[in-house]
Structures are given as C-alpha cells and as structure tokens.
Design a binder for this molecule. Structure first.
Ligand code: NAD
Ligand code: DAU
Length: 369
C-alpha cells in the first residue's frame, strides 16, 4: 500500500521512539494527518511533541485498550496505517510489577488488532497496514560465540516484559494468518537518542554523571547490547511501511555490539571532555566530578545483578538490508556524541519528565478524548 497517502495513527507517539518517529514523519509533506494516541503514562510526555508547528499533528490522550476509541479514530481520520509503539517498555519495571505489562502489551495490542480488523476488513475491506514495533528480547539471550538473532530464531523470552512482547507478536501474526490483516513487525535492538526517559541505561547514566551520583552497573557490567540510534530505527520502520511484505518480521540492528561497562566509560569520557572545553558546564552542574577536574569514572558502582538478566543480544539484519534497503547511518561515536549533546542542551526536558512537572503542564494543555 502507499501508506504516505493516507492518515497514520501512531500509538505511543509521546514516548521515546514514537516522538522521534512522528517528528521524522512530519517531514513527509504528502501525509495528510498524523494522529498520536497516547495514555501519557510516566514514560509518555506530550512536552516531547512541543514546539511542533504543524496542524497535521493531532494528539489524542487515550488508551490503546479502548477498542471503541481506536475504531473511532481510524474512521474519523480515515487512517490507512497504524504504527504501534505503545507499550510498557522497561524490563526492571516488569520485574517489580508484571501486571501492567500483560495488560498494556498483550490486551492493548489485542484491542488495537480488533479495532483494525473491525474497521479495515469490514465489507469489501480497504487497503491498510498495521505495523507492530517489537524487540530483539523476544529471542532470549545469546552466548559469547553464538550467531546473532535471525528472524527464524526461536522465541525464548526471559523477562515478563519480553514475554508480553512475544505474546503481542504472536497475536499480530495470528491476525494476519487467520483474518488477513496486513501486518508487518520489526524486532529491533536497544535504541538510544533524544527524548529517552532517564530510566534506560544511557540517559540514566548521563543524568547521574551530571548530578555526581553513583552509576549503578548491574553485576559485572559485561552484558552486551547492540546499540541503535533512534533515527536509524525510525528510518527502518518507514522503509518497512513502504517495502515490507505483509505477514513478515524484520530484524533491525545498529551494528554496535558493546558491553555495558564500555558504554558507561564512553559516556564518562565524553562528558569529561565537554567539561574540559566549556567552563559554563561546571557552573551548571557543580556536582559532576568533571566540574572539579576529576574523572566521572570515579562514580562507577557495581550493584546486584538484575534477576534473569539476559547476557547478550545481537541482531542479524541482513533481511532488512536486502528487502527494505535499510542500513544504520549513525556510528557509535556520532550517535553517542549527538545524544550527550542533546541531554546537555535539553536539561529542562529531562528535569521536567523526571519530576513529573511536564505531565502536569500537558494535562492542562491537551484535551482528553
Ligand atoms: P516508552 O516507554 O518510551 O514509550 C511508551 C509510550 O507508550 C509512552 O508514550 C506511553 O505513554 C505510551 N503508553 C503506554 N501504555 C499505553 C496505553 N495503555 N495506551 C496508550 N499509550 C500508552 O517506549 P519506547 O522506548 O519508545 O518503545 C516504543 C516501542 O518500541 C515499545 O513497543 C517497545 O517495546 C519497543 N522497543 C523499544 C526499544 C528501546 O530500546 N527503547 C527497543 C526495541 C523495541
Ligand atoms: O533490546 C531491546 C530492549 O532494550 C527494548 O525492548 C526495551 O524496551 C529496552 O528497555 C531495552 O531493554 P534493556 O533491558 O536492554 O535496556 P536497559 O536500558 O534497561 O538496560 C541496558 C543494559 O544496561 C542491561 O544489560 C541492564 C544494564 N543496566 C541498566 C540500568 C537501567 C545497568 O547495568 N544499570 C542500570 O541502572
């Protein structure tokens, strides 16, 4: 289908990846309307959409589990595609409270699928696409010498988060095979970049370094992730909407496999370098060791490991390269540099999302459904 010719419904478009996706999509002038449906949980911040001056963006404060609302939005805006980001996304939270993960990720995805089926497949049906954003974590954990995950790798989720995402992937697949819904799924590795809530490794470490707080390294810090700059992921999703084959999965990676400890060391180095080059940073962040000419590495603290912690993820994205024309553009150096600079330049954003003040602001600025 030519997705760019009809309105797009983006669930979770006020979250980290969703917001980056929406900002990129607005560059496509031919898209008539982008409808963002987001419940604004702690991870969703309408303020991340702030400053967008484009009347094609329509924000709806609502829940993906509300099937009637999703149906209404699809009809009202004549949306021909859904890009489904909305989820509970943080593994540690799924360990301390799995219920929300099953409810949002499984029941929520099912409600979205039911709504899409009801609106798009009724009568003779309309041209459509349901794109589901999933994760490499559904494949489980790799050993040091194992080959990277391919799309044919067995699903072996280990955390309540990845189990709930795996369940949602299966439902998406089933709605294609049983009802003929035109679905695609991307399973991607760890994203990083602007607008990421400071609970995930990279933004958490940046704000802790700036605040001179201990940097909690789970276990030995030798767990490996494949780091993917968020814009590369967003480009892959767009390529999948354009060229992906309905019913298929595509793995998306960043070609950046690194142990956690190396990531944190790199962030410390980059921040120390920036303090060395700018006196004003020491005035803004006096608690940072670099403000006293010390190394931020002094903050490194090994803490108890995450229960069931997956040791290594690695992605084989040759299918996406061959069939979608996808290739990551950002390198480890360039992506990290852009990210550190963004957090230095957007202190008000991260302080606001962390203390909840942006959410209160948003509540009074955006109408609920
Ligand atoms: P996020 O936690 O930053 O954002 C999730 C968004 O969904 C928030 O805006 C939140 O308000 C919204 N949301 C949550 N529950 C909702 C509900 N019931 N109804 C409507 N909106 C709701 O997540 P993210 O990091 O942007 O991840 C987006 C998607 O990508 C998720 O599906 C996640 O599983 C997947 N993913 C993320 C990564 C990563 O590294 N961040 C990697 C692979 C896959
Ligand atoms: O692989 C894709 C997944 O990446 C996504 O599906 C998830 O939504 C996303 O949260 C992410 O999961 P991880 O568990 O890999 O990301 P997180 O940022 O929580 O942790 C990255 C690694 O860093 C992991 O090995 C745990 C470790 N870690 C994390 C935190 C928050 C620490 O050592 N200390 C920390 O304080």
């Amino acid at each position: 289908m030519e997705y760019a010719k009809s309105s797009v419904l983006v669930s979770g478009g006020a979250g980290f990846i969703g917001v980056n996706f929406v900002r990129g999509l607005l560059g496509r002038r031919e898209i008539p309307r982008i409808v963002v449906l987001d419940a604004l949980t702690y991870a969703g911040n309408g303020a991340s959409l702030d400053g967008i001056d484009d009347d094609r963006l329509h924000f709806v404060h609502g829940d993906i589990r509300d099937q009637a609302l999703v149906e209404k939005l699809l009809r009202e805006h004549e949306a021909g595609s859904i890009v489904h980001f909305a989820a509970e996304s943080h593994v540690d939270r799924s360990i301390s409270g799995p219920d929300a993960f099953v409810s949002t990720n499984v029941d929520g995805t099912h409600a979205m699928l039911k709504a899409a089926r009801s609106v798009w497949l009724e009568g003779t049906g309309v041209d459509h696409r349901f794109h589901h954003v999933s994760t490499d974590e559904v494949y489980g954990s790799l050993g040091p010498g194992d080959a990277p995950f391919t799309e044919g790798h067995q699903y072996q989720p280990n955390s309540p988060y990845s189990a709930s995402k795996a369940a949602s992937d299966h439902l998406v697949r089933a709605y294609h095979h049983t009802f003929g819904l035109q679905v695609t799924t991307t399973n991607c590795s760890n994203n990083y970049g602007p607008y990421q809530f400071p609970e995930k490794l990279i933004p958490l470490m940046i704000v802790k370094i700036l605040g001179g707080q201990p940097l909690p390294i789970y276990g030995d810090g030798m767990q490996v992730r494949d780091w993917l700059f968020v814009d590369d992921h967003c480009r892959a999703i767009e390529a999948c909407l354009e060229r992906g084959v309905a019913g298929e999965l595509y793995n998306i990676g960043g070609s950046n496999e690194r142990p956690n400890i190396e990531i944190v060391q790199k962030l410390c180095e980059m921040i120390d370098e920036r303090f060395g080059a700018s006196e004003s940073l020491a005035n803004r962040f006096p608690e940072c060791p670099a403000a006293r000419g010390e190394t931020s590495m002094s903050l490194l603290t090994h803490v108890k490991d995450r229960p069931g912690h997956d040791r290594r993820y690695a992605i084989d994205f040759r299918r996406a390269e061959a069939e979608l024309g996808y290739h990551p553009q950002e390198t480890f150096e360039s992506g990290f540099s852009r990210t550190v600079d963004w957090y230095l330049e957007n202190e008000a954003w991260w302080r606001g999302v962390m203390d909840g003040s942006y959410r209160r602001w948003i509540d009074s600025n955006y109408a609920s459904r």
